[in-house]
Design a protein around this ligand. Structure first.
Ligand code: ADP
Length: 507
């Protein structure tokens, strides 16, 4: 859009709702920036298209300027002229505007933009953005062509269209963010998770790619604000793997694949992290202890026993994350004699209120602290200070905090679902090779499940100091960088573009 490729690399445009650090709500922002940096390092021209939100951190966008071109797009049924803003964020080209996959084929392909292939990555099938059928016309799209069961019509509410379904149908490639989640969403109900080796996909070819990403940025509207609705949402999470799209995903399964996300290992590096009181690395863990002491002082927690285990949790407080299990883990940690630090906030009013109640209850407590806000700096301090990190999700497309926690030497305690099932392997599971055993897992999303894993983690920490230290070092050395995943995306892009070229040559 703003430059031309310098080498023989691909031209990849990521169209996304978030980008860290300028517009981040959750993991989607991290993923867009991390994957794009990895693709750029491999010699591809990468550009990121975002809505130009008013609330972006504009001080972190360099050289922001309006382009001298006009882009027309439909809004409310009329064609409008849009300004395009460009700049760079962390060395990546950023473009401020919006688009979607059906729009591409209907409006832009006929104007000659027909050499690009489209990859749609869904970060979370919970957020599908369904809308009344009339909204299609306001985007300049043909209702009769698109409001069909095999195209954009929602699978359960027949008077609504479903943009995520449309993206699945109209994209050349569909990916999601872990192999296990890709299996789960193809079923009407979540299957019991099982060990799946990471997938390696081999393909070859070359050029031009648009990559659409949807994720937790589309939050809020579905979560309601009363207890009844939230409870229903939780049950629905348990009952529906594909959230109504399982038949569509199964039908299009040949182009659908799960690729585990990575983390940006430059941004998340305890050896260079300037948010920390003391930097540390796998060969010098004294710094980790100093961060624990510093965080305790900062939060007013007891510093009486440096060996008292600290459990960390950093999350959006939404039903998907198992909020009732997080609450239970706080009380269980207290019973086990540990400390618990929660950093999180909720868009769901009754959940926010409930956690405010718990936070107030423990406001001067020696061992429990709840900080109910978004705080990037504090999140780094908690990853560094904690010994154990808990993620009891009901479902989890990928999850990044378990990988970040391991990089900072905090051992994950997780429910076996989605990407957690692809990245955390139980230290007591003999069916998993020793070098992959890196945490504590449980299957049943209830209080017994949490206890079964959390209690074992406390036992290991207290009774096997040497084994624990080795586990911390093993986890810090695990490779969760974008390298392998970026290779998989690159191979998918190349294969699809090669197919398009062959088809064009035949024509
Ligand atoms: P999701 O995308 O579903 O929110 P992920 O585990 O994929 O979950 O990513 C969460 C990201 O957001 C991580 O980088 C985590 O550190 C960050 N995060 C979540 N809540 C907070 C918070 N309250 N303050 C700071 N960072 C947060």
């Amino acid at each position: 859009l703003t430059s031309s490729p310098k080498s023989s690399g691909l031209s990849v445009i990521h169209i996304a709702a978030e980008m860290a650090p300028v517009a981040k709500v959750g993991g989607l922002g991290d993923v867009v920036t991390g994957l794009c940096k990895a693709l750029q390092k491999r010699g591809h021209l990468v550009e990121i298209v975002l809505p130009k939100y008013d609330c972006m951190q504009y001080d972190r966008i360099h050289n922001l300027r309006a382009l001298d071109v006009v882009l027309e797009s439909y809004f409310d049924g009329k064609l409008y002229k849009n300004k395009i803003w460009v700049g760079t964020v962390e060395g990546l080209d950023f473009v401020g505007l919006v688009c979607a996959a059906p729009l591409y084929w209907d409006l832009y392909a006929p104007k000659g933009l027909n050499s690009a292939r489209i990859c749609f990555t869904c970060h979370n099938f919970e957020y599908q953005g369904t809308a009344p059928v009339s909204e299609l016309a306001s985007c300049g799209l043909d209702i009769h062509q698109l409001n069909r069961p095999d195209r954009m019509q929602d699978n359960s509410a027949l008077d609504r269209v479903n943009p995520v379904k449309g993206a699945v149908v109209f994209s050349n490639i569909v990916t999601t963010v872990s192999p296990t989640y890709a299996q789960e969403v193809r079923t009407a109900e979540n299957p019991p998770p099982s060990y799946l080796p990471l997938q390696k996909i081999r393909q070859d070819g070359a050029l031009n790619f648009s990559h659409f990403r949807l994720g937790s940025g589309w939050k809020g509207e579905k979560e309601g604000n009363n207890g009844c609705k939230a409870l229903l949402t939780t049950l629905t999470c348990l009952a529906q793997g594909g959230k109504g799209l399982h038949s569509t995903l199964s039908f299009h399964s040949k182009k659908f694949v799960g690729i585990l996300n990575g983390i940006d290992t430059d941004a998340w590096n305890p050896a260079t992290d300037t948010f920390l009181k003391v930097q540390y690395n796998v060969n010098d863990l004294q710094g980790k202890t100093e961060n624990k002491i510093a965080l305790r002082k900062f939060l007013g927690l007891s510093n009486a026993d440096v060996k008292q285990p600290m459990v960390g949790c950093i999350t959006r407080l939404v039903p998907q994350k198992g909020v009732h299990l997080i609450r239970h883990a706080i009380y269980r940690t207290l019973e086990l004699g540990g400390q618990f630090v929660l950093l999180g906030s909720s868009p769901v009013a009754h959940i926010q209120r409930e956690f405010e109640g718990i936070a107030n209850h423990f406001v001067n407590h020696d061992d429990i602290r709840l900080i109910l806000k978004y705080d990037e700096s504090l999140s780094h301090s908690i990853f560094a200070a904690s010994d154990i990190f808990i993620i009891p999700s009901i479902f989890e497309p990928c999850g990044l905090t378990q990988m970040i926690a391991m990089r900072y030497g905090s051992i994950p305690v997780v429910r076996k679902t989605g990407g957690l099932n692809d990245s955390v392997f139980d230290v007591d599971d003999d069916t998993v090779p020793l070098q992959f055993q890196n945490g504590f897992t449980f299957s049943t999303p209830d209080e017994h499940g949490v206890n079964s894993a959390l209690d074992r983690a406390f036992n290991y920490y207290r009774n096997n100091t040497e084994v624990w230290q080795q586990l911390v070092q093993k986890d810090m050395n695990m490779d969760f960088s974008w390298e392998l995943s970026a290779t998989q995306y690159e191979e998918l892009y190349l294969k699809s573009v090669t197919r398009a070229r062959v088809a064009a040559n035949r024509a």
